[in-house]
Design a protein around this ligand. Sequence first.
Ligand code: CA
Ligand code: CA
Ligand code: CA
Length: 251
Amino acid sequence: MMKKFAKVAIAAAITGLSIAAQASLLVDDFSTGQAELVDNTANGSGFSNTQNGSGILGGNRDLYVEKTSGSLAVKLSVEDAAPGFLAYSQDTLTTGYGIVRWDGSNSTNAFGATDRASFDAGRDFAGGLNEDLTGAGNAFRITVIDADLNFPFSLRVYSDATHWSEFIGVAFAGAGDYIINYFGFVAAGSEGGADFSSVDVLEAIFNTPNGTQSADFALDIVQVVPEPESLALVGLGLLGLAATRRRKSVK
Ligand SMILES: [Ca+2]
Ligand SMILES: [Ca+2]
Ligand SMILES: [Ca+2]
């Protein structure tokens, strides 16, 4: 099932072809597992850990989870059993959120921040991914294996601490393949938006803001892909040109 946030629906028809034909960049296939984090208490703090391994852009992944309401547990982990997936769960009538960060370094967050501010302060811009995302594509592709309820999420792209951009959207219940074009991001840094050709930190924040109570979900893979919207527009232009030529040749 293909669900799109992009505005030009006609592009969806050729998405599969173009992704297959062109290179993509793996952000995380979640084939390297990561120990489960469990927050049982809504007390303004959470838990984090960090993991080095293969199948992770930059070789390092940080996780943070925080429970915000309810009486039961909020859990975040990466399960290396096939197909390798990020697993987020909240027990009944409980709400929280989870963060996955790719910043290419194990340095700052190695000891496990227990509050959001400290976790955020652990973004490693000095080490960083040092990645040109424009070379690999123009969209993120997030594959959701399953979700029992709709849940909000955001993606953040950082060039440095003061230049970053954010996409805010909703993933729907069930399985879904989400294509998020760079043009869907808005500048959010204090000095402006991210330069997608010079990216040091990526973050995905799940179930915030206004998280869904009791939502559970699993993600298979996060990639950067060449989303073919511009190709579709070029294609439509060529069709228009062909039609014009045909009319002229008929005369
Ligand atoms: Ca807590
Ligand atoms: Ca890190
Ligand atoms: Ca996977």
